[in-house]
Design a protein. Structure first.
Length: 253
C-alpha cells in the first residue's frame, strides 16, 4: 500500500503593513499611559508595542487602562535604549513638534501615513513617542529620519501620550483601508423607479384622505418630492412609508 503523500504545511498569513508598524514609547513615566496607548493601538489594528526604559512596567494600572488590549501589553518588548529599539527598522519617525535645523521637513499624520505603510512592506517602521513631560530629546531625534507633528491648538498644543498614539494609529488605519467600507455593509438605496411608485401611492392616498384636492393641487407634490429627495431613502425606510400609506388608506374606507 502506497503511503499517502504528506500535505504541504499551511503557509502563515502574510503580514499586513499595519503589523510592521511599531509603536515605541521612550521613557514613559505613567504606567496608565502605557495601557491607554495599547488600547489606542488595538482599536486601529496595530499590534507591536515597544517600551524604552519605562519608569514602571509591568504595572496593574497599565493593565487596567488597556481594558481589552492586555494582549498588546503581554507582547510588549522592553529595551534599555532607543537605538536598540529601532535598530532593525527601515524607518523611524519622531512624533514631535520640535524641528531640527538640518532635519527633514515635517509632515502631518495624514500626509505621512501612506508613505509609512508603503515602507512597512519592506520592514518594520517605528513611530517614536517621547515621555509625557519633555517629549523626545534631541539625542533621541537623531535616530529619526522623519518628523511628524500633530496639528493642534497653537495656544495649547500638548497632547496626552495615549491621545497622540490614537491620532497616528487612526491615520494609519484610514490609509490602510482607503476605499474600503469599514463601517459595515452600506444600506441598500431606493431606485428611481421605486421612488416614482412611492410618489404615485402618496398622491393617491393624499387625495383619498382629502388632504390633496386634485382640482387645485398647487405645488404640494413637487414640494413633497423635494422633501423626500433630500432624504435619500433606504429600502427599509421606503417599506415603512408604504406601509403607513396603506394604513392611512384603510382608515379612509
Amino acid at each position: 500500500m502506497n503511503p499517502q503523500p504528506e500535505k504541504p504545511a499551511a503557509r502563515p498569513p502574510a503580514a499586513r503593513p499595519l503589523d510592521r508598524v511599531r509603536v515605541v514609547l521612550s521613557r514613559p513615566l505613567h504606567p496608565g499611559n502605557i495601557g491607554a496607548a495599547a488600547r489606542a493601538m488595538k482599536t486601529m489594528g496595530l499590534t507591536e508595542l515597544v517600551l524604552v526604559a519605562p519608569a514602571s512596567f509591568p504595572h496593574p494600572q497599565a493593565r487596567a487602562l488597556a481594558a481589552g488590549a492586555t494582549d498588546v501589553l503581554d507582547r510588549a518588548r522592553v529595551f534599555t535604549t532607543l537605538g536598540e529599539a529601532v535598530a532593525d527598522c527601515v524607518l523611524a519617525v519622531g512624533l514631535t513638534r520640535r524641528e531640527r535645523e538640518l532635519g527633514p521637513p515635517p509632515a502631518t499624520p495624514r500626509e505621512a501615513a501612506p508613505e509609512l505603510l508603503a515602507l512597512a512592506e519592506r520592514g518594520p517602521v517605528a513611530l517614536v513617542f517621547g515621555n509625557e513631560t519633555f517629549g523626545l530629546a534631541n539625542e533621541e531625534l537623531l535616530y529619526c529620519q522623519r518628523i511628524i507633528p500633530i496639528p493642534a491648538n497653537p495656544a495649547y498644543p500638548s497632547l496626552n501620550l495615549a491621545a497622540a498614539v490614537q491620532v497616528m494609529a487612526y491615520e494609519l488605519h484610514l490609509a490602510a483601508h482607503e476605499g474600503e467600507n469599514t463601517l459595515g455593509r452600506p444600506p441598500e438605496r431606493v431606485s428611481v423607479g421605486e421612488m416614482e411608485y412611492f410618489y404615485r401611492r402618496l398622491e393617491e392616498t393624499l387625495i383619498e384622505v382629502g388632504f390633496l384636492d386634485p382640482a387645485h393641487p398647487k405645488r404640494l407634490m413637487p414640494r413633497l418630492r423635494r422633501l423626500f429627495n433630500r432624504c435619500s431613502l433606504e429600502k427599509e425606510e421606503l417599506s415603512i412609508l408604504l406601509g403607513m400609506l396603506k394604513q392611512f388608506s384603510r382608515k379612509g374606507e
